[in-house]
Design a binder for this molecule. Structure first.
Ligand code: IVH
Length: 751
């Protein structure tokens, strides 16, 4: 085949492939075909024939796709123009200050305010090329988003092809907007989910996010999502723009002609008074519009003024989000319960009749501490005021005293820990908080510590999450509580693990502890068509049936391997796992690098510890305090001894073969590398004497750039820093900066 015909076959392939993909998508995902099956079959046959002519099957060809194998991979893709955020105003004064600044920046010229409701959803960027939707991305970090094209194609109000005169379609445009779920669609979805025993969502935003980020677009297709456009990113016109686009509102008119949905709540106002009226209107009607809102957005409508005002790296100066004050509602307080945290702090919280506030149903709210409960004088049986701001934990503000039933008794704070029964008290005189002093073996505290030990920043035992920590250390806490909790028949559940000292015994197949996992059960609520049922289920083992005996589940097997692997983690992870106050991953790395073994850290004086770069007196004193051996601390040292005995490595093997090639150098790694994880790249730099930094500055010596690197790469280029790819980074690790030395010294003149 000569080059010209090769190109034309290729072109033919592309055309056919696009059509076949579209029809496959309609048929398998969207559930409605626009062509008869026979036409589709004929097209597919043609495509196969063209592929034979080509001599190979191009990657991603629809001929290789079996129906329903579409899957969104959420590939990271850069936005052509960054997706910015918005600055906030929390009061009318702040709004006036912003408007005053804008006004003076623009030399006092008249402005129009484009007023929009702030939709509580997820920002997306839709790229249309010559009228065709080619890509949909989430906002991501603003520079790089995730490819959700297949999922967005299932949203019926987003056109795959722009409507209107094709002459008005730009060569390329990034249309920015918000994907959301209407309140009515959200209620329908939750009802259906509850009926089918599926997961229900806390609010429309979560439902929209959960639906858009589905691996299987068929699930997205089954959810009703909506979108309103609220901006524009990159635009490239073929010739001149088709209409007057000197205002953002003009762009919206064009969007409407293209069939892109735009909010009916938008308006253009010319005075700040009129803007304020709109703000008040939507504050009072926030629950009577079709979607949840989390504020009100005011934009300068004139595009030339927008350009003049410009943007910071975070947000445009020509727009601002007005945030409404947190919502307050009333409900009945059923009971006050307490929770015991990692450090033994006892926190009271209210159990309430479920109530909808700021878009989600809440039935629990914090009361902070006992002092607060007394001060607010809230009593079970009271009508209480609950406040919630966005994602913030709901809190009980106080009781409506006029509605208090006569003779309602004051709440009596517990005197003993609800988890272990130890008497609770102030750690120090005058403390607002009460604590359970049984740090060593209170099931509730242990559960929180074990969860922390297994977390990513410590031993990184993925199979030991929150529920497994509950099952191991505090299974009783899976029993429902509160005045409305069902009465459950069943024995008191006794914890298997009574100290984290025992944790590594689970790696030993012959240990009694490991055998005990078979008997661990927890309470679980099962949703049935006729209601819900609580039952005791084995946590670590499968249920035995007539034909199959009970065996460890796959996750439990994983738990064994991961615990075994955790024994050889570097020293800093052991330090973090010990829950020493103030010792997080950074301090732990510094201590590990300076001392090399737990024993040497234990022997060190405050001065020696505090002298380490990155460790101050506070951390040093905390370390000393942790290791100090008095009666109340002995249990901590038992942990160290038990872990040591179980084979947990307590020192970093100094690999003498690793040369200090990066001594004194600061290296920043940005983006994903193929052969390193985030942790292993850091280890590689630190073990060679270098400093691994998270931010680019003039002091950075090398910047390693991996896949989808973002703003750090841009900054590094602006600063003219030395940039390396992964392969060059390996050379740097092995040979140090000499690998890249440019010999720019003048050659010596030969005499
Ligand atoms: S304009 C460059 N308009 O709010 C300006 N944003 O808190 C970018 N949002 O990331 C945004 N409704 O996802 C704009 N009418 C509206 C909006 C809106 C909701 C979201 C958007 C943005 C976030 C900032």
């Amino acid at each position: 085949m000569d080059a010209a015909s090769d190109a034309s076959v290729r072109e033919q392939w592309e055309k056919l492939a696009r059509l076949v993909s579209q029809y496959q998508f309609e048929y398998y995902i969207a559930g409605e075909s626009s062509v008869p099956d026979a036409d589709y079959d004929a097209l597919l046959a043609q495509l196969v024939a063209v592929e034979e002519q080509l001599g190979s099957v191009p990657e991603g060809s629809p001929t290789q796709k079996v129906g329903g194998t579409f899957s969104t991979e959420f590939e990271a893709v850069d936005h052509r123009q960054p997706m910015l955020s918005l600055d906030n105003a929390f009061s009318l004064e702040e709004l006036q200050t912003w408007a005053g600044r804008v006004h003076s920046e623009l030399g006092g010229s008249q402005v129009s305010y484009l007023c929009e409701v702030k939709i509580d959803g997820l920002a997306v960027s839709l790229t249309y090329e010559r009228g065709e939707l080619v890509r949909a991305l989430t906002r991501g970090d603003g520079r790089t988003g995730e490819d959700v094209t297949l999922n967005v194609r299932t949203i019926s109000s987003i056109p795959n092809r722009l409507a209107g005169d094709p002459a008005t379609h730009p060569r390329l445009i990034e249309i920015r907007g918000e994907v959301f779920m209407k309140v009515s669609d959200f209620s329908d979805l939750n009802e259906k989910q509850a009926r089918d025993g599926g997961k229900t969502f806390a609010n429309p935003r979560n439902a929209a996010a959960g639906s858009l980020r589905q691996k299987d677009p068929r699930v997205t297709a089954a959810r009703r999502l909506s979108m309103y456009a609220h901006g524009v990113g990159a635009v490239e016109w073929e010739g001149a723009a088709p209409s007057d686009l000197s205002r953002q509102s003009g762009m919206y008119t064009l969007y409407e002609q293209w069939g892109i949905p735009v909010s009916s709540h938008n308006s253009v106002e010319t005075t700040l008074d009129a803007v304020q009226q709109k703000i008040e209107y939507y504050r009072d009607h926030r629950h009577s519009i079709e979607h949840e809102l989390d504020g009100f957005v005011i934009k300068i409508d004139e595009v030339s003024s927008q350009k003049h005002l410009g943007s910071t790296s975070r947000a445009p100066r020509w727009a601002i989000a007005f945030k409404y004050p947190p919502e307050e509602v009333t409900t009945r307080l059923l009971d006050i319960q307490v929770n015991v945290g990692r450090t033994g702090r006892v926190t009271p919280f209210g159990m309430m009749e479920p109530v909808l506030v700021a878009g989600s149903t809440v039935s629990m709210a914090t009361l902070h501490n006992f002092h607060e409960v007394r001060r607010k004088d809230v009593r079970p049986g009271d009508t209480v005021i609950v406040r919630k701001a966005g994602d913030v934990i709901p809190e009980i503000l106080g009781a409506v005293e006029s509605l208090r039933p006569e003779g309602l008794p004051e709440w009596q704070a517990p005197t003993h820990c609800p988890s272990c029964g130890t008497q609770i008290r102030e750690a120090k005189e005058g403390d607002k908080d009460l604590r359970c002093p049984n740090a060593a073996s209170c099931p509730s505290q242990l559960r929180e510590r074990v969860f922390a030990i297994a977390s990513r920043g410590a031993f990184d035992i993925e199979a030991l999450g929150w529920e497994a920590a509950v099952a191991l250390c505090d299974p009783e806490s899976s029993r429902p509580v509160g005045p409305e909790a069902p009465e459950l028949e069943g024995p008191e559940l006794v914890p298997l693990l009574t100290s984290e000292a025992q944790l590594f015994d689970l790696a030993d197949p012959s240990s009694a502890l490991r055998a005990g996992l078979q008997d661990i059960v927890v309470w679980r609520e099962r949703k049935l068509k006729s209601g819900t049922k609580w039952e005791l289920i084995p946590y670590f083992y499968s249920k035995a049936t007539a034909s199959k005996p009970s065996v460890p589940t796959a996750t439990t097997e994983k738990l064994f391997t991961e615990i075994e692997k955790a024994k050889t983690q570097p020293l800093w992870r052991v330090l973090v796992a010990l829950s020493i106050r103030h010792v997080g991953p950074t301090a732990a790395r510094a201590l590990a690098a300076a001392f090399g073994s737990l024993e040497r850290i234990r022997q060190a004086t405050v001065e020696e510890l505090a002298a380490v770069d990155g460790v101050g007196t506070t951390i040093a004193e905390s370390v000393i305090e942790w290791f100090s051996e008095d009666e109340s601390n002995r249990w901590r040292l038992n942990i160290v001894e038990a872990w040591n005995h179980a084979g947990v490595s307590m020192e970093d093997i100094q690999d003498e073969s690793i040369e200090k090639t990066l001594d004194g150098l600061t290296v920043v790694v940005t983006g994903g590398l193929e052969n390193f994880t985030r942790d292993s790249v850091k280890e590689a730099i630190l073990s060679r004497g270098g400093k691994a930094s998270g931010s680019v500055s003039k002091k950075t010596d090398f910047v390693v750039v991996g896949a989808n690197a973002g703003s750090k790469e841009t900054k590094a280029r602006e600063l003219g820093l030395r940039i390396l790819d992964e392969e060059q980074f390996r050379l740097l690790l092995d040979n140090g900066p000499a690998a890249f030395a440019t010999d720019d010294a003048e050659p010596e003149e030969s005499l």
